[in-house]
Design a protein around this ligand. Structure first.
Ligand SMILES: Nc1ncnc2c1ncn2[C@@H]1O[C@H](COP(=O)(O)OP(=O)(O)OP(=O)(O)O)[C@@H](O)[C@H]1O
Ligand SMILES: [Mg+2]
Length: 264
């Protein structure tokens, strides 16, 4: 068991859900590296693997957790016993993989997750939820636990269409009117602005009218280039920010962290 830094204040964490419409766009990559970057800025950060049934944050961080959320849900341990120290001074809570019981949302999981979030919020400055992709009830529920949504999208048309569909559902179900957009795997600098513009246009036309009196805003949180080093790091199970801090993708994630700290 690793004890995180104890907070003397009662302040609440910023809870950020990192989500996407399409799978495999880089949510876990962004969650783990962003956590590292925020911790380097002196923030107390925890990443929770909210991809409950198909968790793999542990693989990306190259850690073998003995205790996971499954043990918390089944009452074997408290959430504090499931907090594990990750490289770079941030903390993580892992979930189990291949556990079919978490492919659907039950009242029990809802209640447990809600309690867990209350407890974690009091101990950290940032709680990052690395969610699954899409609009399953588990994903929508875990996103609902966050104040802020960081939508990860790549320049691929399928990723953009799925991001749009997810934004539409989150707007209608959760009355959200602000989404942060992170464009991952860009091919050239500045490409994210074009993607943000295109998505904002369809959102203005088809999503904003669903919430009378509001206009749904997509705020650009940054862009991360398609970087061979990022792929290599994942293959070697190394955290990019830790092992290749000077590569283009790591520099970009550092910028995203600074933007996030400034922009609430
Ligand atoms: N900026 C990047 N440059 C190059 N490769 C990248 C980049 N970002 C992510 N990748 C590659 O994409 C793969 C998928 O990333 P990741 O597992 O983080 O996606 P995900 O959205 O969490 O997937 P899932 O929906 O399955 O949870 C990684 O293994 C990595 O090789
Ligand atoms: Mg993932």
């Amino acid at each position: 068991m690793t004890r995180p830094l104890q907070s003397s204040s009662t302040s609440q964490a910023r809870v950020i859900a990192i989500t996407s419409g399409k799978g495999g766009v880089g949510k876990t990559f962004v969650s783990s590296n962003l956590a590292y970057a925020l911790a380097k800025q002196g923030k107390r950060v925890l990443v929770l693997d909210a991809d409950l049934g198909l968790a793999n944050l542990d693989v990306v961080l190259n850690l073998q957790p003995k205790v996971t959320l499954h043990d918390v849900f089944t009452g074997k341990v408290s959430i504090h016993d499931a907090i594990i120290k990750a490289p770079g001074g941030f903390f993580a809570v892992f979930a189990g993989s291949g556990l079919v019981e978490y492919s659907r949302l039950t009242q029990h999981i809802r209640e447990q997750m809600s309690q867990i979030m209350k407890s974690l919020s009091q101990q950290f400055d940032y709680v990052i939820l690395d969610t699954g992709a899409g609009i399953s009830d588990v994903v929508l529920y875990t996103v609902s636990l966050a104040q802020e949504v960081l939508m990860v999208v790549t320049p691929e048309p399928t990723s953009m269409t799925d991001a749009y569909a997810t934004i539409k559902v989150l707007t209608s179900q959760q009355q959200r009117d602000r989404f942060k957009l992170l464009v991952n795997q860009v091919n050239r600098s500045g490409e994210s602005r074009k993607i943000q513009g295109q998505l904002q246009q369809v959102v203005d036309r088809f999503v904003s009218p669903m919430v009378p009196g509001k206009s749904v805003q997509l705020v650009l949180a940054g862009e991360v280039p398609l970087d061979k080093t990022a792929r290599d790091a994942i293959l070697k199970r190394q955290l990019l920010m830790e092992h290749y801090p000077q590569c283009p993708a790591a520099n970009a994630i550092h910028q995203v962290a600074l933007t996030l700290i400034k922009d609430r």
